[in-house]
Ligand binder design. Structure first.
Ligand SMILES: N[C@@H](CCC(=O)N[C@@H](CS)C(=O)NCC(=O)O)C(=O)O
Length: 201
């Protein structure tokens, strides 16, 4: 368990004394969006068009935030389009690592042995927690997003009309309110376009 400070791994857990004993998360750092045509999304920069085979998810089966990305990937019929690596379920002194626990496996994309190496490929001077899930762009060799609430909106909206619409207009306000209660985002959650053309090859 630890974090990166200016690109160097430090084995230290959250300082809950600083926050009166409460567990306070930092905002996710990578906030780009995959969109149907590669235009910029509500935050971050553009240049991440929805393309089959281009994106990769890093998840832990022990993480509920990662679960929701796997669930949406399955419901939207994106299992062939978005590949996945599963880290070991135990987060130890090197954070999330790739191993051979049941259900886990190697990083087939970057060859990392620890998840923090993936973060360093995206930003060699990264400072912050190394969390799952992570949506990785194989083409640009960088992290699109490490915020699950936004990753599931991308999977729902950017990849065409496959699967059910999990964020319909008439329920969006209710979904946002519930999500804000479950896990308050600091960046304002914004609506994403979700009527997109069919998945580009
Ligand atoms: N904002 C993130 C939070 C994800 C998160 O906190 N993941 C946990 C596992 S459930 C994690 O990787 N924690 C590692 C750490 O905080 O150092 C999201 O919802 O995607």
């Amino acid at each position: 368990m630890g974090l990166l400070v200016d690109g160097v791994w430090h084995d230290q857990w959250y300082d809950t004394k600083e926050t009166g004993g409460r567990f306070v998360r930092k905002d996710a750092a990578f906030r780009h969006w995959v969109t149907a045509d590669g235009a910029a999304g509500p935050s971050g920069e553009g240049g991440f068009p929805a393309q089959a085979g281009r994106y990769h998810l890093y998840v832990s089966l022990a993480c509920p935030w990662a679960h929701r990305t796997l669930i949406v990937r399955a419901l939207k019929g994106l299992e062939d389009a978005i590949t996945v690596s599963v880290v070991d379920p135990h987060m130890g002194h090197e954070g999330w690592v790739f191993g051979d626990s049941p259900g886990a496996g190697p990083d087939t994309v970057t060859g990392a042995t620890r998840l923090y190496e993936v973060y360093l490929k995206a930003d060699p001077h990264y400072t912050g927690r190394v969390t799952v899930p992570v949506l990785w762009d194989k083409l640009r060799g960088t992290i699109v997003s490490n915020e699950s609430a936004e990753i599931i909106r991308m999977l729902n909206g950017a990849f065409g009309d496959r699967g059910p619409d999990l964020y319909p207009d008439d329920l969006a306000a209710e979904i946002d309110a519930l999500n804000a209660r479950v896990y308050p985002p600091t960046l304002e959650m914004q609506r994403t376009p979700h009527s997109a053309p069919a998945l580009a090859a």
